[in-house]
Ligand binder design. Structure first.
Ligand SMILES: CCCCCCC/C=C/C(=O)SCCNC(=O)CCNC(=O)[C@H](O)C(C)(C)COP(=O)(O)OP(=O)(O)OC[C@H]1O[C@@H](n2cnc3c(N)ncnc32)[C@H](O)[C@@H]1OP(=O)(O)O
Ligand SMILES: NC(=O)C1=CN([C@@H]2O[C@H](COP(=O)(O)OP(=O)(O)OC[C@H]3O[C@@H](n4cnc5c(N)ncnc54)[C@H](OP(=O)(O)O)[C@@H]3O)[C@@H](O)[C@H]2O)C=CC1
Length: 237
């Protein structure tokens, strides 16, 4: 990133390692930014992820790992950015979530955690309005990056699989997500808070990529049959 800074710019880049699941590391991250740079105007909660699993196969440990990273990690970063700077000085926050309006079969743990973030943002848009803090979410569709593809390589090409489900008929780019993030952080979004912008090429309006096997396990309601069953003599113990 440092190499991208144009000559003559006063911009600086510094990486501070932080596991967002660790409260002390998050506290250190936010206080170091304020002590080193003198301010903390923006927070982008981008760290996150999941593994694919049906809920029936999920261990509690796996569920907790995903919720801890995505929901608890975001909570800690929000609270510590508020305490370290934004409560007194205002700021703008963007949380990266998932498309969740139709649930996310296959990654339900992550969808539940991101839905928690979506709702948390709505609460904080109101709780923190008088501190001058705006908070919004970006929900990406299928966005190709080498690192994300590497994470899923064992379960096939999830990014190719997503194309037929995306009305734009392609994957999004990381730049297209960044464009929405920078807009929400900028003064151009001064009247937008508690909102979620989808960057998904239309995915969320289209089909859910989940095949439901043929079955007859959800028969219609039939009150006559229910009464018939109830009237049958009960077996004596
Ligand atoms: C339909 C496919 C998905 C398409 C999604 C497309 C849209 C979304 C794209 C993205 O989000 S791109 C981001 C890509 N990057 C990531 O997703 C990063 C993923 N990794 C992590 O965030 C973390 O590793 C984790 C998943 C939160 C796990 O945290 P941690 O490393 O602390 O836990 P572990 O100790 O490794 O595991 C704990 C527990 O979790 C279960 N588990 C972990 N990985 C898997 C796995 N690949 N498959 C099944 N289960 C897994 C497991 O129970 C682990 O316990 P143990 O069995 O190891 O005792
Ligand atoms: N790519 C896509 O299609 C989509 C992505 N997203 C979300 O966008 C965000 C960025 O993902 P993307 O760039 O695609 O994939 P990456 O895997 O490249 O990015 C995930 C990032 O999260 C960081 N991270 C994970 N756990 C922690 C933690 N405990 N503490 C600090 N950082 C952590 C990783 O850090 P490190 O590299 O150090 O492990 C990594 O930089 C994620 O939240 C992802 O779920 C949402 C929808 C679709």
């Amino acid at each position: 990133m440092a190499a991208c800074i144009p000559p003559g710019s006063t911009a600086q880049v510094k990486a501070i390692p932080c596991n967002i699941r660790k409260e002390d590391e998050v506290k250190n991250l936010m206080s170091s930014v304020v002590s080193e740079f003198g301010r903390l105007d923006f927070l982008v909660n981008n760290g996150g992820g999941q593994f694919q699993s049906p809920v029936s196969m999920l261990s509690l440990k796996g569920w907790n790992a995903v919720v801890d990273t995505n929901l608890n990690g975001t909570f800690l970063c929000l609270r510590e950015a508020y305490n370290a700077w934004m409560a007194e000085n205002g700021g703008a926050v963007v949380n990266i979530i998932l498309l969740i309006s139709k649930g996310r079969p296959g990654i339900a743990h992550s969808a539940a955690a991101r839905a928690g973030i979506d709702n948390l943002s709505k609460s904080l848009a109101v709780e923190w309005a008088s501190n001058g803090i705006r908070i919004n979410n970006v929900a990406p569709g299928s966005i190709y990056s080498v690192t994300a593809a590497e994470n899923y390589k064992d379960i096939g090409d999830v990014f190719r699989h997503a194309i037929p489900f995306t009305p734009a008929k392609r994957n999004g780019t990381t730049e297209e997500v960044s464009a929405a993030v920078t807009f929400l952080l900028s003064p151009a979004a001064a009247f937008i808070t508690g909102e979620t912008i989808k960057v998904d090429g239309g995915w969320d309006l289209y089909q859910v990529p989940w095949e439901i096997p043929e079955h007859d396990r959800m028969p219609a309601y039939n009150w006559e049959k229910i009464i018939e069953e109830e009237d049958k003599p009960k077996a004596k113990l």
